[in-house]
Design a protein around this ligand. Structure first.
Ligand SMILES: [Fe+2]
Length: 282
């Protein structure tokens, strides 16, 4: 494949803290993929591509995946549902790393979402090979292949966001590596990705990345401030769904599958023992 065209983007004099949790204005995309955007020192900032063949499988999987109602750290309610793997979490009394609940509730749809990780890995390897190799090295060293959605890619987990005009935010709890976001949509206006801290020239305008049907955005959501432009659904059947693939840093704690199950059993019995002791002490 011939490498996609490149564009230079420039850090803008914008205060990310003042923008956090605010909604993006109604801006239209001002870059077009396929493209790699680099900073003036040549470091990749984001890349745009098309998902291509296989989008219909991802579309039917995402549209039929059951939604949950998540309260994000920004305080905004978001109709979304995660997929892939989840790490241990004491607060949630999750004793073991495991596949997320959507895999049991909607197995075929979950499989469809997971399968797309392979295509995204292929795209990322083609478009931003140096960054992709670094991400594979970072996650590959820390996370066992069985906890990644595709051994070909670094991503352990993902989220399906249904019709969510998310305010400006940074992603959290991930490895310092790039995510891949695919959008599927019909009959919707707006809903593009605004990056207010990066300009197409040193004086702006800031970059608005297209999220049209089948568009893929590759970027580091932990360091690049991003928000979704206002979304208008034109008909009752309209939708705009983003599917984001990322690598959760706590997945580094996950043991091989069988050991993880044994660990979970031990943790549970330790906890029950602890409760028993506490009760007996009353
Ligand atoms: Fe995000």
């Amino acid at each position: 494949m011939t490498p996609p065209p490149e564009v230079t983007v420039y850090p803008l004099d914008a205060d990310p803290a003042a923008l956090l949790a605010h909604g993006a204005p109604d801006l239209s995309p001002n870059v077009r993929g396929p493209i790699i955007a680099r900073d003036p020192d040549g470091r990749p900032v984001f890349a745009l591509a098309k998902f291509g063949a296989g989008l219909s499988g991802l579309r039917s999987a995402a549209r039929a995946y059951p939604a949950g109602n998540t309260l994000r750290s920004s305080g905004v309610r978001n109709l979304s549902r995660s997929f892939g793997f989840v790490a241990r979490n004491q607060v949630l009394q999750r004793n073991a790393c495991r596949v997320c609940s959507g895999a049991l509730e909607a197995a075929p749809q979950h499989a469809g979402l997971v399968a797309a990780a392979e295509r995204l890995a292929e795209l990322a390897a083609e478009i931003v090979p140096e960054r992709f190799a670094a991400d594979m090295g970072l996650v590959g060293e820390a996370v066992l292949p069985e906890w990644r959605m595709s051994p070909a890619g670094p991503w352990t987990s993902g989220v399906v966001n249904f019709d969510s005009p998310l305010p400006y935010h940074y992603d959290r709890n991930n490895f310092d590596c790039w995510s891949a976001m695919v959008t599927i949509r019909r009959g919707a206006l707006g809903g593009h990705l605004h990056c207010p801290t990066w300009g197409l020239s040193p004086d702006g305008p800031s970059a608005v990345l297209p999220c049209d049907d089948g568009d893929v955005v590759l970027f580091n959501g932990q360091t690049l401030l991003h928000g979704v432009t206002p979304l208008q659904l034109m008909q009752p059947t309209s939708y705009r769904i983003s599917i984001v693939y990322y690598a959760v840093s706590r997945m580094r704690e996950c043991l091989p599958f069988d050991d993880e199950i044994a660990y979970a059993r031990r943790s549970r019995s330790n906890r029950e023992e602890h409760w028993k002791e506490n009760l007996e002490a009353l």
